[in-house]
Ligand binder design. Structure first.
Ligand code: FAD
Ligand code: MLT
Ligand code: ZN
Length: 575
């Protein structure tokens, strides 16, 4: 009790400085959590508690999964080489160690193609301007860079249909692009693929307030949808650090997870319907708004998470939960990873229906944010803790929810699961806590080169991987571990001053083999993109991948949609 009271004292002391940085420009950053959902006052109370007596027994299972055959291109040195040997063009991406050859069956753009696109889209939606192309050719991490000479901006599904029909007939490869915040090199061309950006298809079509069903175009920015819904008394079931730039079509196409997954689950559950355009221009209307519909195969699921390789998503219908009035956020410190694990188990049990986020960061992740992002500070005394956990609860009864969380925190502190913690007292503190967690990706970018891994792993094993990688790399790299602990999703990131093949050789295939051995997934939420197209066998059987390739062949026989991504290059045959 005393310890928690101390924490409250600390919180009061920290309040001033947290307020002081409200006006910092970093807080205006477009990839920064909106405050719109915090509408109530975070009143402070310290309730009596019962001593925490329960101790969890951990029974870790070791499941060995034999490494399946996998196809991989030979490792290469860094840099890009285009058109080195006669007609063959190949690209090397240093951070990917993947050599990719431009497929000879694809045509190159000519003046007639440009004229055709201008005819259907109008001059201003056919972009050849170098600066705009350079941005669209480069991914968020500035790690993957294509050399497309054309960016198209359709405004409606019928325009997408005409573009694709034409490209298919000409064998022109295309890349669907939303907000270009993807982290696996899926959203930018590898060579000269035509970029089809969905940003101009950004209308909200309807909102059914009775059932909470939103229908909108694919180019709507996630944060704009969140603001629209906020005014209607609803929220998006999905929230992520890139919300200011990513689009709902991109979210659906990557099956993005994010910060609310622990509460609202996957987009496979929340997306009720969608409209998608196939490679040959066929518009598939699957834009249902029903909760239940068992008529035949539910084809929309093929497009959720297929990363633009099967079609271009043009409209989405999504189930949105009502906005609940009480949101509480605690930023906590734990002495070791086992305490984080036990805290998660307890939170699931004791906070149950109100638990809306359970995120974890190791000390190295927090240091990365503190060292590289301006205006961010640790609300807890520095250098004392090895792990941090951010817990959010969302419910409908302010005093009940708060009491519940505080009782849980006090018990956890008594039981030694938490070594220190602060509870946000207002919206600014809540944002400041989230800024630490959401800022890790941005801080890593500022620190230099980053090798990024997004893994699903059994929670009890997860952090062993971070430690093993740290030991392997020694002083040559900064290894950080953070992520969506509540979903068993680790973000393992390795930061170095610049990309280096020797470092990469120490990380891969070790990380993928380790993940496979522990029956994890090499992509929890970011997708495979270009980065992991050839690594799919670490998580999926050869038979499964073969069926995926058959589906791809059926829907996109010429392979024009996002080539070199998602599936192993060797499996992608072209007519
Ligand atoms: P893009 O990056 O443009 O595209 C991603 C993929 O989808 C590409 O393969 C592209 O070809 C395809 N695509 C895009 N639009 C369409 C369409 N309309 N039809 C068909 N294919 C399409 N991801 C998470 O899952 N959880 C997180 O918590 C998370 N946090 C992030 C935080 C930061 C700071 C950043 C930079 C990224 C984060 N991401 C996260 C990754 C990324 O934001 C998501 O994958 C997001 O869903 C991508 O949306 P986008 O509109 O930017 O898509
Ligand atoms: C996150 O959870 O912060 C995102 O998925 C981005 C990242 O992995 O860095
Ligand atoms: Zn994530």
């Amino acid at each position: 009790m005393e310890k928690w009271r101390n924490t409250h004292r600390l919180l009061r002391q920290s309040t001033k400085s947290l307020f002081d940085r409200r006006s910092h420009p970093n807080f205006q950053n477009s990839i920064h959590r909106s405050d719109s959902r915090f509408t109530h006052n975070f009143g402070r109370t310290c309730k009596p508690f019962r001593p925490y007596l329960e101790h969890q027994k951990w029974n870790p299972k070791t499941c060995f999964r034999p490494l399946r055959d996998h196809l991989e291109y030979p490792k290469t040195s860094m840099g890009a080489c285009i058109g080195k040997s006669g007609k063959i063009q190949c690209r090397f991406f240093g951070s990917v160690a993947t050599k990719t050859q431009r497929h000879p069956s694809f045509s190159s753009l000519n003046a007639d193609d440009i004229s055709y696109f201008k005819e259907i889209l109008g001059e201003k939606n056919v972009i050849q301007d170098e600066e705009r192309l350079s941005t669209a050719n480069t991914d968020w991490m500035r790690k993957y860079k294509g050399s497309s000479k054309l960016l198209l901006q359709p405004r409606r599904a019928d325009e997408v249909s005409q573009i694709l029909k034409y490209c298919d007939s000409r064998c022109l490869a295309v890349v669907p692009q939303g907000g270009n915040t993807g982290l696996v090199g899926g959203s930018v061309p590898v060579f000269d693929e035509v970029i089809i950006n969905t940003g101009s298809m950004n209308n909200i079509i309807s909102f059914d307030k009775v059932n909470g069903i939103l229908v909108c175009e694919a180019g709507c920015i996630l944060e704009n949808l969140a603001s629209f819904l906020d005014n209607q008394g609803f929220i998006m079931p999905l929230d992520l650090g890139a919300k200011g730039s990513c689009q709902i079509g991109g979210n659906v196409s990557t099956n993005a997870g994010g910060l609310r997954f622990v509460h609202y689950g996957s987009l496979h559950g929340n997306v009720l319907g969608l409209e998608a355009v196939l490679a040959n221009g066929t518009v598939l209307d699957m834009l249902g708004t029903l909760r239940k519909d068992n008529t035949g195969y539910d084809l929309k699921h093929l497009f959720i998470g297929s990363e633009g390789s099967l079609g271009i998503v043009t409209k989405v219908s999504i189930l949105t939960p009502p906005k609940l009035s009480s949101v509480n956020i605690a930023f906590l410190a734990c002495k070791d990873y086992l305490s984080c694990q036990n805290l998660l188990m307890e939170a699931k049990r004791k906070l149950g229906e109100v638990l809306s986020a359970f995120e974890f960061l190791d000390k190295e992740s927090v240091d990365m944010v503190l060292n590289h992002l301006e205006g961010v500070r640790n609300p807890l005394p520095p250098s004392m803790h090895n792990f941090y956990v951010l817990i959010e609860t969302t419910g409908s009864d302010e005093s009940y929810d708060k009491e519940k969380l505080e009782a849980f925190l006090l018990r956890s502190m008594e039981g030694g699961l938490i070594s220190d913690g602060v509870l946000a007292q207002d919206i600014n503190q809540a944002s400041a806590f989230w800024r630490i967690r959401e800022g890790v990706a941005e801080a890593l970018m500022k620190a230099g080169a980053v090798y990024k891994y997004d893994l699903s792993l059994p929670v009890e094993k997860m952090y062993n991987l971070v430690e093993e990688i740290r030991t392997r790399l020694g002083q040559s790299a900064e290894v950080v571990g953070y992520g969506h602990l509540g979903d068993g999703n680790l973000h393992l990131n390795i930061s170095t001053p610049q990309y280096d093949d020797n470092i990469l050789a120490q990380i891969e295939p070790f990380v993928y083999e380790w993940t496979s051995k522990h029956r994890g997934s090499i992509s929890a939420e970011h997708g495979l993109g270009l980065m992991k197209a050839n690594k799919i066998y670490y998580s999926k059987s050869a038979e499964t991948v073969q069926v995926m390739a058959s589906i791809k062949k059926l829907l996109d026989p010429n392979g024009i949609l996002n080539p070199y991504k998602v599936l192993p290059h060797s499996l992608l045959s072209y007519n």
